[in-house]
Design a protein around this ligand. Structure first.
Ligand code: BV8
Ligand code: ZN
Length: 322
């Protein structure tokens, strides 16, 4: 039920959003884990089961990797596996179609799950602020510099096979149950799946310097965002032309500098539309903004329809080969 905007309540009607969308040229989208929730990937706050005992933000640091590279790699290998077994949803596809139809639309994604690239989102308009699970690079990237992109090998080394792949493992049933329960989004912290202690030599090794381990090509807390990505984003925002619309999709908007782009866009004239399951994560909205409550996978194709047309489900045969 939509209601007229009062002093500090954002708009909730699609009609006024569509009217503004159709007259918008420069549009920015900020994506978070909520966009991929419907694809079966747990969000950080809701990160379920096996990793509930390890707060994702505690693991997403260089210190965690240095302290226990085996644990870190099992965390990232598990997320690679989950992401490879997930599919882009209609929101990923709708945003990719919007980029094809509007070259002045740019997507800033905090997500490392690879679902926007697999949705064929035009690469020049997709800025992966926090890297990508499927890029790997030498631990010592400054002295060695080895990196490779789009490594979809799963598991990336045999030692990182999920227990389900070790037929003799007695964890097989529990891990299978965990995987299916996680995909259902169930809380499976009751399934006690041990984290095997891996040997360093069994972890991904840098083939170039042959000294260091390889690490996931994601941006950890305390690390700066990729320079090439940041300069593209800075170019977009430093353009004198105003920004018409900012879409903030499925993010708790707590991580900086990513979360800061909404106020930068607003300062350049943007009206803001937040799409989120949780009204509590739609902060600082004015009567000129919108808040659409619910699943991004349903709402995004709907509110973009007049520009992108009818969006069907992801078709594996058409997506880029993994
Ligand atoms: C840097 C990759 C400096 C790794 C990630 C104090 C104040 C300000 C900043 C800081 C501070 N202390 C420290 C900092 C800096 C820090 C930071 O911001 N910390 C936060 C915690 C305060 N930032 C950094 O460290 C960054 N670097 O600042 O560098 C610097 C400069 C120069 C030189 C050296 C250093 C780097 C941050 C990048 C961290 N890497 N990811 C990995 O994935 O493992 S962050 C990771 O967490 C994600 O990328 C994402 O950014 C964040 C999770 O947020 P969300 O995506 O929003 O997910 P979340 O679960 O939180 O929320 C889901 C949302 O979806 C919810 O709102 C939910 O309601 C909604 N939802 C759920 N289902 C649905 C839905 N919505 C719609 N539909 C649904 N179906
Ligand atoms: Zn190296």
């Amino acid at each position: 039920m939509s209601h007229p905007a009062s002093r500090d309540m954002p708009l909730t009607d699609v009609a006024s959003f569509v009217q503004h969308l159709q007259s918008s040229k420069r549009i920015v989208a900020l994506l978070g884990a909520g966009l991929s929730a419907s694809s079966g990937l747990p969000t950080f706050r809701g990160a379920g089961g096996l990793w509930r005992t390890y707060d994702a933000t505690m693991l997403a640091t260089p210190q965690a990797f240095q302290r226990d590279p085996g644990l870190s790699w099992q965390f990232y290998s598990y997320r690679r596996h989950m992401a490879l077994n997930a599919k882009p949803n209609r929101a990923h596809l709708a945003l990719a179609e919007l980029a094809r139809r509007n070259p002045a639309f740019i997507t800033l994604s905090q997500n490392v799950d690879g679902l926007s690239p697999r949705a064929n989102h035009p690469a020049g308009q997709l800025k992966l602020l926090h890297g990508n699970l499927f890029d790997v690079k030498c631990w010592d990237e400054h002295r060695c510099g080895y990196s490779r992109k789009n490594d979809f090998t799963d598991p990336i080394v045999p030692a990182l096979a999920l227990p389900t792949e070790n037929p003799d493992s007695d964890l097989k049933a529990a891990a299978e149950k965990k995987k299916h329960a996680l995909l259902r989004g169930a809380d499976i912290s009751d399934i006690n799946v041990e984290i095997p202690q891996l040997k360093r030599e069994d972890l991904p090794q840098c083939p170039s310097c042959k000294k260091n381990l390889l690490r996931p090509g994601v941006v950890w807390f305390g690390e700066s965002l990729p320079e090439d990505v940041m300069s593209d984003v800075d170019d977009y925002f430093s353009d004198r032309e105003k920004i018409d619309l900012m879409l903030v999709i499925g993010t708790s908007a707590k991580v900086y500098p990513a979360a800061g782009y909404t106020s930068i866009a607003r300062a350049k004239g943007a009206r803001v539309a937040v799409i989120n399951m949780d009204r509590g994560d739609a902060r600082e909205l004015t009567k000129d903004d919108w808040f659409f409550e619910g699943d991004a996978a349903v709402i995004i194709p709907d509110i973009l329809k007049t520009v992108v047309g009818e969006i069907g489900e992801f078709d594996d045969t058409k997506g880029p080969a993994l």
